[in-house]
Design a protein around this ligand. Structure first.
Ligand code: SF4
Length: 347
């Protein structure tokens, strides 16, 4: 069982016991005290190049009894926190609305139990791909989660179809994303959208900056149009070990985006009508040098400042993080060439 930590760490402890969920954590998420539970279900059927999350899940569906045991153990582990919990994030390293991985019967049982156990819960965030967001599913979720504000958490990653399809291998169209978003509006769900900063590892900083801004602006316009309350999560790209993307990059001296690039993007697109979250977790999937922690400049104090920004939405924390990073002494970079020197982007 992962440790219960009120302040979100950047690395989590995952369980490898099938009777426990992959992760249980009480964390600050924006202004909420959020119970994050990641169930270990049948693995996600997609094979995105930049993601190895499915490897942590199971090849076949576990029984309802096992899933129920996972959920019950989460509640038990954080029983002292339950009265304070006002938000729940439910995930399965894939899509909790994919009924091939979490069927509607056990989903309903879990939601009913959390309403009983977390009496002050006001919202539930459900992580899913847009393909699983249909009218019927929205009706079911809306009825099952009655009394809770529902958030659909979706990884768009980038507005750029070429990058999303050919580099990230996401197999997800903009059309399916927009359809899910419009349903979120119709059902009065909020939506948390993941945007990757430097979604194309072959980009330089300027290209990555422009691309992230274009993505965020498009999502903001869509949220305005469909009247969806928006949380934008900016995730600096990391390259998971043994991922298809890692293979594609080969032994290139990949230059991960630094937190300064994330700050540049955030300062450019910030809008107080949107909630912002800087994704600082690398989910235990990548070696440090292929994450923002391996970029220059890096400072754990800047990480803490950005985490405080995500909780408070107070931009002065972003300024603080910038100041910290800008005062990190220059390091020897002679061996670090440009992101992909000598490597051509493969189409
Ligand atoms: S990014 Fe999402 S959809 Fe793609 S493999 Fe990972 S969990 Fe599955």
């Amino acid at each position: 069982m992962g440790a219960i930590q009120l302040f979100q760490p950047t690395e989590f402890e995952y369980s490898d016991d099938i009777r426990l969920p992959l992760l249980t954590m009480v964390r600050r998420f924006l202004h909420w005290t959020d119970l994050l539970v990641i169930l270990r279900t049948k693995r996600c059927r997609y094979h995105c190049s930049f993601c190895t999350l499915p490897s942590r899940s199971l090849p076949n569906s576990p029984s309802h009894e096992i899933l129920w045991e996972q959920w019950s153990s989460s509640l038990k582990a954080c029983q002292d926190w339950l009265p304070q919990i006002d938000s729940i994030s439910l995930g399965n390293e894939g899509s909790v609305l994919d009924r091939a991985t979490l069927d509607s019967e056990i989903f309903k049982k879990i939601i009913e139990s959390l309403k009983d156990s977390c009496r002050n819960a006001k919202r539930i965030a459900l992580e899913t791909r847009p393909e699983f967001v249909s009218i019927d599913e929205c009706k079911f979720v809306s009825q099952t989660c009655q009394g809770l504000n529902v958030d659909l958490t979706i990884g768009l990653e980038t507005i750029d179809d070429h990058i999303r399809e050919k580099i990230l291998g996401k197999s997800m169209t903009r059309k399916s994303f927009e359809e899910a978003f419009s349903l979120a509006g119709q059902f009065d769900f909020s939506s948390t959208i993941y945007v990757v900063v430097k979604s194309n590892p072959f980009h330089d900083n300027n290209e990555a900056f422009e691309e992230a801004i274009a993505t965020v602006e498009w999502v903001k316009a869509l949220a305005n149009f469909y009247k969806v309350k928006l949380i934008l999560r900016l995730n600096p790209l990391y390259i998971p070990r043994d991922s298809k993307l890692a293979v594609k990059l080969g032994t290139a001296m990949y230059k991960p985006p630094s937190l300064l690039l994330v700050i540049d993007v955030l300062e450019k697109v910030y809008d107080p009508t949107v909630k912002w979250f800087v994704g600082l977790s690398t989910e235990g999937l990548a070696d440090r040098e292929l994450t923002y922690k391996g970029a220059y400049p890096y400072s754990p104090d800047a990480v803490r400042a950005l985490a405080q920004f995500s909780i408070s939405q107070d931009l002065s924390w972003v300024t603080k993080a910038r100041n910290i990073l800008e005062s990190v002494p220059a390091r020897e970079v002679s061996s670090v060439k440009s992101a992909c020197n000598g490597y051509q982007e493969q189409q």
